[in-house]
Design a protein around this ligand. Structure first.
Ligand code: GLU
Length: 434
């Protein structure tokens, strides 16, 4: 049997993290099984601007690297893929139910006659679940529009969906859906209801108002889509060996519905930021430079210097959000020194340390990491100090900070002239406190 799964969002104007994860699990499953991933827009109830609201979802999916085999913009044999354009299909299926006497009219609405038998929902994540529908339910409202349960099931039949993978909030609808599949004489698909995503503090379901709840929040240049996608893969699924950073090809190879966790997943924005940092550190330098330059576009600096600064900062950066601040001192000559930090450095006798290093800089032309390391090492030996003592003091004098990229790389990139100027100015500025 060919695996055909679908993501069936209602275009509400937002692309919620929960929706993105549902799309992702469908996509992973389709790719894992060599099946088809279908995108269907469930827009029957909506009056708002559907095109724009759909674009939010399509753009978000493309940004996250999820391609669909059938659906808006790509077409396919089972189209159209917007429910608002499928009324003829729904009418046809309603006829089948009419012929079987499964529907009746009341107050202008069309009701489905339920069997009242317990329905088996064969759920690949939760195991078999039995539910019974006691009351007949509406298929068409009195204004003639079909309701979600009906169009959802009809389309799953018409689009030959083999597995319905969706949020657990739909589990309670599934007995209605199974009744409809049966009444329409169709094979009931396998179900997989994915547990909810809870807020970071565990107090209920993530809503669109929660920070970081929308895919749109991560777009722009601050966040890497691979990092968010990797994080979403782990929201309810794991490779069972504690691995977290995984190339998507590896996730596709391992992903299976039976390994999806039954328990609710908790959204952990710190973990997500941490993963993003790892992806930032490991991204190819040319992509890092390209993005870094966009984020620093207001800075007036020589291209070569800017690129060198970016290159040495990549490994220490935690997010693109902090990039501008992280590198700002490279481009500002008149540094401010925090008085409190100044006084904590007193114990290294900064005036002496800076003076000693400046003395060396006068005669040194080789600013390579190795040579700088040798110089500091020799100064340390000569004065009975540790290399660390020089590094702390000099880093502070050169950058006004206590953390940053590798010290030797920083000095190398700043170059002799800049280093000399900064150290002399630091001596003037800090002299009163040191
Ligand atoms: N349109 C429904 C939703 O957005 C889809 C339900 C389903 O996947 O069956 O929740």
């Amino acid at each position: 049997m060919e695996v055909r799964v679908r993501f069936a969002p209602s275009p509400t104007g937002f692309f919620h993290i929960g929706g993105a994860r549902t799309a992702l699990f469908n996509w992973l499953y389709a790719r894992h099984r060599g099946g088809k991933f279908i995108l269907r827009i469930e827009d029957t109830d909506l009056e708002r601007n559907i095109r724009e609201a759909t674009d939010v979802i399509l753009d978000g999916m493309r940004w996250l690297g999820m391609d669909w085999d059938e659906g808006p913009e790509v077409g396919g044999d089972c189209g159209p893929y917007f429910q608002s354009q499928r009324n003829a299909v729904y009418d046809e299926y309603l006829e089948i139910l009419r012929r079987k006497d499964c529907v009746y009219e009341r107050d202008g609405a069309i009701f489905f006659r339920v069997s009242q038998e317990p329905q088996l929902i064969d759920d690949l994540i939760r195991g078999p679940v039995y539910r019974r529908e006691e009351k007949d339910f509406v298929l068409y409202r009195s204004n003639g529009t079909p309701v979600f349960h009906f169009v959802n099931v009809v389309d799953d039949i018409a689009m030959k969906i083999s597995h319905v993978i969706r949020g657990e909030d739909h589990l309670s609808n599934s007995s209605k859906h199974v009744e409809l599949f049966r009444a329409l004489g169709a094979t009931v698909p396998k179900f997989a209801h994915i547990p909810l995503i809870l807020k970071t503090n565990g107090s209920g379901k993530m809503s669109k108002r929660d920070k970081g709840a929308l895919v749109e929040d991560y777009r722009g240049h601050q966040f890497l889509p691979e990092a968010l996608r990797n994080y979403l893969c782990l929201l309810g699924w794991s490779p069972k060996d504690n691995r977290e950073i995984m190339p998507i090809e590896e996730v596709i190879r391992l992903f299976d519905l039976c390994d999806v966790n039954k328990n609710n997943a908790r959204f952990d924005d710190e973990k997500l930021s941490h993963m993003n940092a790892i992806y930032v550190k490991n991204m190819p330098l040319d992509r890092f430079l390209e993005r870094g330059k966009i984020l620093l576009s207001g800075i007036d600096a020589d291209k070569d210097y800017l690129e060198k600064v970016l290159a040495i900062c990549q490994e220490k950066l935690r997010s693109f959000e902090e990039l501008k601040h992280f590198v700002s001192y490279f481009f500002a000559e008149d540094l401010e020194y925090d008085a409190e930090l100044c006084s904590t450095l007193k114990r290294y006798d900064p005036v002496a340390r800076i003076g000693e290093f400046l003395g060396e800089v006068e005669s040194v032309t080789d600013f390579s990491e190795a040579n700088l390391e040798r110089i500091i090492g020799e100064l340390g030996k000569k004065h009975g100090l540790r290399a660390r003592d020089y590094i702390h003091t000099l880093r502070f004098a050169l950058s006004g900070r206590t953390v940053g990229p590798s010290f030797y790389k920083m000095v190398g990139v700043m170059g002799r002239e800049r280093v000399r100027k900064r150290l002399s100015r630091a001596l003037e500025k800090g002299a009163s406190q040191w």
